[in-house]
Design a protein around this ligand. Sequence first.
Ligand SMILES: [Zn+2]
Length: 505
Amino acid sequence: MKYFKAFFKIISSLLLVVLVVLIVLALWPEPSPITPNVSTNPIYIQNTTIVDAVEDTLIPNQSVLIEGKRIISITPADESTPPQNVEIIDGAGKYVIPGLWDMHSHIGVKTAPQLYMPLYIAAGVTGIRDMGFIESTVPMQEWKSAIEQQTLLSPRIGAYAQDMAGFNFSEKELELFIASAKQESGLFLKVYSGVQNDMLETIASQTNKYGVTFAGHLPRAVSPIKAAQLGHKSFEHARFFLYNSYPGSEQLRQDYEDAYQGNRDENAGPVMSIARKQEMIDQFSDSIFYQIADTMIAYNTYYVPTHLTRKMDAYAHDEDYRDDERLKYILMAQNKGWQEDADEMAEYAKGEAKTQTQIDFYKKGLELTKKAHDAGVKVLAGTDANDTYVFPGLSLHDELEELVKAGLTPAEALVAATQTPAEYFEATADYGSVTTGKMADLVILSGNPLADINNIRNIDRLVYNGGVYTHDELESFKTYVKDNASGIKGLALTVQLMARMIMGG
Ligand SMILES: [Zn+2]
């Protein structure tokens, strides 16, 4: 009896210690945010080369004057002297491009989303379209105005999706969404894969009536031609072209439509087997593909291939791919999720033939991006940041490399991350190019990106939202993320994440 009492005492005090540790971690303060730089004087980039990606050309020997957040003038360097009281940046030997946009990003996976913000800035990604599932401690509108007021270091949020929007939800839920979208500029409806035909028709008629955007996955049950005609603003992920460009596509859509009948399960319907993917590659039909591409052009439907997601599917088994040194920037709990996801994917594609199909499927996606782009479909650069092995901010450079691998020129890849996003947001007056009057979100590179797209990784300075960031400062932002994602701080954030999940957040 005495023995049991002593044992019970030890166990209960151990539990108490665990509980206290958990409470301490749960109450650990969230990372204190980095304060944005705000220049008091105008900024003058002297004698630099401006990259005009739209025209695929360089404009050398230019001086750029910036006041507040805008470009005031661009003049030939030999015809201008720096005004009084300006902060001079020596632009000699440097290349200036507009800030990059990641058009398919998930800024937060249910924990301190501001944790990853500095990574975007460090990568010269000054704007994003957020595709949803944000667990934010601040409402998005507050967040947007904090960016505007230069108190939060974060990329601009051109648009953001509402959580869960786009499943086969009820008309009542749609009404509630429309009501909030009418009040929140930038809020759009993210369509997901499991939406049925009649639901997409309802979404279209309701959102179109109030000028609200719907975009996202092409639902598996819906023809891309119909979705484009309904006003679906962008199709995400290159696989949609493969799913819909072979003779079996129509039947496949019908099978999904039947399976979604009366249920909200995204995973209902035919399994996307590797054999089926091989069929899609083998029986790919140019004529079906071009019907889709032509309709997208006619209805101004944008295309966001996110090649990095299929690259993960293809190389999940590959140790070199898995051993990415950037994992140090990812919160430990999230990394664990990534590893599990990649393990599952490797298991699904186990065996040489299956792995090869996954690689071919990813490569076919690249090929179709080139085809679609050449036909005139508007391609947007998007990464799917925070999905498995897609690093916030940093991965945009990888996606641009993918676009070049697909066959776009470096200039065309840059356009997909600058000018085309500006067109998507109908904001070409402010963004998209280095032009007098536009916002001065400028990445200053130490190499020519038109000669080699990888030069976008060589950032010398960033001018963003009224402040200048040196190379070293940008590097320190990565250190900040690494420090907060690992060790005791990372553990604390992980516990907070779990607490939120348990409490249904
Ligand atoms: Zn996504």
